[in-house]
Write a protein that binds this ligand. Structure first.
Ligand code: GLU
Length: 324
């Protein structure tokens, strides 16, 4: 008799900047879920966005997670280490008539769909512009974008936090780019290939990526693979009501660590935001896990009521209140 394999999840940071309290809340919840339920938790550095990636950010992400006690299983993987699995997926898609080359620039696309004033807005790539020439349905390693044939189907995402939502990628994005003219897979393709080959069964990440889940489901289907279970976590907002980001400087993990804030304070604030602690109070990750684990059971965690939270100036001041 074979023992069933445990579910697998992953932390997938992009080393394009420092982690902030919003990223940390999602990672902490991913870690709590994994450790409470006996999932394996992998770490994958998503470093294919070459111009924005910095080695120093990779190191600072690893240091921050270790500082907070958010551990992972196995060695960290880097997407840039081996592009062959992505190329293999491209060859499969092209051989199935589901991926094709497209040399249109953004401006040409806007003109072709008569939306020259769309500004920076992404224009959905319409079916009408899909080529008929079989020669275009080949994986071509020369510097050219490749697009996925996106069917007109609705895609329903059933999510452990967000419940059920319906997307129509053919209208929202149309045939989206899956391989870029820089010679690397796009985020959408890379994440699907990696999650599939690493056996990821449960994806926990920010809910800004919920629409991406629908696009990724189309890629899973096109490659004949089963999608994972989804857990999209509402984001943390800055004091200005905008999604927490790098420009909210004082919330970067690196600057908190450098200014002597205790890891237990950061975990205590994040735990309070997750509803695991009635008030902000210092606690280490393992102790938080012991308190929160009983509430992390079930196929849906809608009962936890995890909602967007605002990181207030008082929150940031509390973090530093007892700095060493
Ligand atoms: N690397 C992506 C990010 O940092 C997350 C990708 C994912 O979880 O699917 O936004």
């Amino acid at each position: 008799m074979t023992t069933p394999r445990p579910p697998v999840s992953r932390l997938a940071p992009s080393p394009t900047g420092e982690l902030h309290l919003g990223n940390l809340r999602t990672f902490l919840l991913n870690w709590l879920l994994a450790r409470a339920r006996g999932w394996r938790l992998l770490l994958r550095i998503e470093d294919l966005d070459a111009p924005r990636v910095r080695e120093s950010h990779s190191q600072s992400i690893l240091d921050t997670l270790a500082w907070l006690g958010i551990d992972h299983d196995g060695t960290a993987a880097r997407q840039s280490d081996d592009l062959e699995p992505y190329r293999a997926a491209m060859r499969t898609l092209a051989s199935r008539g589901l991926a094709y080359t497209c040399a249109l620039s953004r401006a040409e696309l806007r003109r072709a769909v008569a939306a020259p004033h769309a500004g920076d807005r992404e224009v959905p790539y319409p079916e009408a512009l899909r080529p008929t020439d079989p020669d275009r349905f080949r994986f071509d390693e020369r510097p050219v974008n490749h697009r996925l044939v996106v069917p007109a189907d609705e895609v329903r995402i059933v999510d452990g936090f967000a419940g059920s939502s319906v997307f129509r990628p053919s209208e929202e994005v149309g045939d989206f780019v899956i391989w870029t003219k820089q010679g690397v897979p796009s985020y959408q393709l890379a994440v699907v290939v990696d999650d599939a080959r690493q056996g990821v069964t449960d994806v926990v990440r920010g809910d800004d990526l919920l629409p991406s889940a629908a696009r990724q489901v189309l890629l899973y289907r096109a490659l004949g693979l089963d999608p994972p279970r989804w857990w999209h976590v509402p984001l943390v907002l800055g004091p200005d009501g905008e999604r927490l980001a790098k420009r909210h400087g004082s919330t970067s993990a690196e600057s908190l660590r450098r200014s002597g804030v205790a890891a237990e304070r950061v975990i205590g604030l994040l735990g309070h935001w997750l509803g695991a602690l009635p008030h902000r109070s210092p606690i280490d990750a393992r102790s938080l896990l012991r308190r929160f684990a009983p509430r992390l059971d079930g196929d849906s965690l809608e009962h936890l009521g995890i909602r967007p939270v605002t990181c207030t100036e008082e929150d940031v001041a509390w973090l530093s209140a007892c700095s060493t």
